[in-house]
Every structure is written in structure tokens, then in C-alpha cells.
Design a binder for this molecule. Sequence first.
Ligand SMILES: [Zn+2]
Length: 169
Amino acid sequence: MTEIKLDRLERRIEFCPAFDCIVNPCKWGKDTCKPGEGGSHGRGGVDMTWFLIGKDLAIQFVVATGWELPETYPDLEKKGFLTTDRFSMYPMASYIGYHSRTPLYEGASPMNECQFFGECYYDGSSLNADKGLEILLREGSDAVWVWMKEYFVTRADQQREFGGTDATD
Ligand SMILES: [Zn+2]
């Protein structure tokens, strides 16, 4: 197994803002975004994304925090959702995935517009992400980075086996 030191990798956390196209005007200014209709963006809470970035490989872990805009809560309360659907307010692990400069398996097809590598090979899983949220809630960020590094090492090994370059050099 590859030896990779955590401090050789870049760590970054980004928060993608919440939005509410039901209470507020459409955030993106779309005429088709009307509450209760098919084209509505609806509403969404803050997404927290963790990145662990090497030279040819980056790991991405996303948590839906359940943090809504302040004006969203009164509307939810008025409609009775805070009591009947309160679980949607809980944090949820969305997915953990990798971006790789080179393919990790036979037949992998590249996707464009990767923020790290331009063209990249990407895959992710929602199943494996639950563990990360559990670690975040019970142990905090240091433990999350260690967990993500294990994932990084697994993918870096795959990458090398498949003829890619060193993920950290
Ligand atoms: Zn909208």
C-alpha cells in the first residue's frame, strides 16, 4: 500500500449557500421558477464539501448540512413541515467521490470541466459517505481528514496499478 502523508495533500472545505425559491424571488432569476410548479428550484440547505487534493487525484466528500435560510423556517413551520418532516432538517451525507487525472479501471470514460484537472475521471458513492458523517459528528474534522486519506490511498493504489502517475509527487 502506498505511504501518503496527510500534510502532502491540500485540504479545503467549501460551503455552498442555501437557497429558497419558494419564499424569495428565484435566486437565478428564472421566469420558469414558480413555487408549486415543475420548473421551481424549490429550496435547499447549505452543502459542505471537503476536498483532499493531490497532484493527480482529489477526494470530495459532501454533507448536506440541513442549514436553511432564516426566512425558510417560518414558512416550514406555517406549513407544518417542522413537525412532520423534521428529518429533512438533519445533516445527511451526500457522497464521497474521487477525481482522477487518469482512469482507474478499464473502460472508464472521462468527464469534462473538472475544477482540478480539466478533463478527469470521476466516480462517487453515497453508500460510503455515511461513515464520514458519523466520524464528523462524533470525532470532528481531524478524524474526517484521516478517513478521507484512507480513501485517497485506496484510489491512489488503483490509479498506480492502472498505470497512472504518483498521486502526490
Ligand atoms: Zn429558482
